[in-house]
Structure formats: structure tokens, C-alpha cells
Design a protein around this ligand. Structure first.
Ligand SMILES: [Zn+2]
Length: 69
């Protein structure tokens, strides 16, 4: 996993509803390569994204069909 500063994360907002992160759990972190592109709060996640977020927290790297890795 990429190295991230928790202080920087706290200033991020949900990409969909603009709610501030503030270090809460169960948010989804979306990466493009090693760059964090957006974070999404649990209220804005789709069921499929909830699964993906859970897998990410467990240490899996989730890829979708068509991804070029
Ligand atoms: Zn949200």
C-alpha cells in the first residue's frame, strides 16, 4: 500500500457529498496506481463498493475486468 499521511487524509472530503473525512472508519479509498484520487464516505458507497472497500481494508488489491495491470 502507498504511504499516506493521516494529517493529509483528515482534510480530504467525500468525493460525492463533500463530507469531511476526519479519520472515520469504513470510508473507501480509491487509488490510481499509488496516488489517492478520491475518498468516498459509507453513505455514498454502492453495495459493490462496500465489498471492494472491505477487501481493500483486508489487504487485497481489487481489480476490475478490463483493468490493465
Ligand atoms: Zn459521501
Amino acid at each position: 500500500m502507498p504511504a499516506l499521511s493521516l494529517a493529509a487524509l483528515r482534510d480530504r472530503k467525500c468525493a460525492r457529498c463533500q463530507r469531511p473525512y476526519r479519520g472515520k472508519q469504513n470510508w473507501s479509498f480509491k487509488f490510481h496506481g499509488d496516488v489517492l484520487v478520491e475518498i468516498v464516505c459509507p453513505d455514498c458507497l454502492t453495495p459493490a463498493e462496500h465489498v471492494e472497500a472491505a477487501l481493500n481494508r483486508a489487504g487485497f488489491r481489487v481489480t476490475r475486468e478490463g483493468d490493465q495491470q
